[in-house]
Ligand binder design. Structure first.
Ligand code: ZN
Ligand code: ZN
Ligand code: ZN
Length: 231
């Protein structure tokens, strides 16, 4: 009985795993001293991209970190629920180097459809009262989610960006803030920075690292102001 002799090289990295899976290796990679290993496509990618950054990457992949990340996920606000997360574009191989992926093309097209400042139906927005470039719409709408970053783009005289609560953003009609931050001085001074859910407020507090904590006086003043508004 003739036996076909197939010259297959197995992936050296896969072979180090406890189960020693045999995966065909079609790539060769070299260590700094010139010694070589044969790798499958997946492991070649790991070797090129992940291996050199392993000290940076490993902390992100610790089970407790992943669990904490999962737990920190916030509820989508009702109007944002429709939005579908776009898939990542496929990893680029050498051959398709300059060819734009379909996903990238779709993204470019989408961006054309809703340029900055334009009113959108699918997300909750606020209107920014500050001046923008003349090519932008007069009524300038910002995704509520991007409000703080947008505010930062408006510079004060000293060149630093505005804090979100500094700007008198107007929430779109039909939506009302239910949760208010008074943890930070700037949030309290403006009578509380508004959010649509406890989760969004939480995420603001987690992200606003470096914002000056509110003094007790500012916090009390904000509480009084909010109570007056609600009565
Ligand atoms: Zn492999
Ligand atoms: Zn603006
Ligand atoms: Zn705040």
């Amino acid at each position: 009985m003739a036996r076909a002799i197939i010259d297959v090289t197995w992936c050296d990295w896969h072979s180090q795993l406890p189960e020693k899976p045999r995966v065909e290796a079609r790539n060769t990679r070299a260590y700094e001293d010139g010694s070589e290993v044969d790798l499958c496509h997946f492991c070649a990618l790991l070797f090129d991209v992940v291996h050199p950054r392993r000290d940076e990457i490993l902390p992100f992949l610790q089970p407790d970190v992943l669990t904490a990340l999962r737990r920190s996920a916030r509820d989508p606000s009702p109007l944002q629920r429709k939005k579908v997360t776009e898939p990542l574009p496929p990893a680029r191989g050498h051959a398709e180097g300059n060819v734009k992926s379909a996903a990238a093309k779709t993204r470019a097209k989408k961006r054309k459809v809703s340029p900055a400042g334009v009113w959108r139906e699918d997300v909750v927005q606020v209107r920014c009262p500050l001046p923008h470039r003349s090519s932008r719409p007069k009524e300038y709408w910002v995704d509520l989610r991007n409000r703080t970053a947008h505010a930062h783009g408006h510079k004060r005289e000293d060149g630093t960006g505005h804090y979100g609560p500094d700007i008198d953003f107007e929430l779109q009609p039909g939506v009302t803030f239910t949760h208010f931050c008074t943890e930070h001085q700037v949030c309290a001074e403006h009578g509380g920075y508004g959010f649509l859910s406890a989760a969004s407020l939480d995420s603001h507090i987690k992200r606003a690292v470096g914002w000056k904590p509110a003094s007790k006086a500012a916090r009390d003043a904000a509480a009084t102001k909010m109570a007056a508004k609600n009565s």
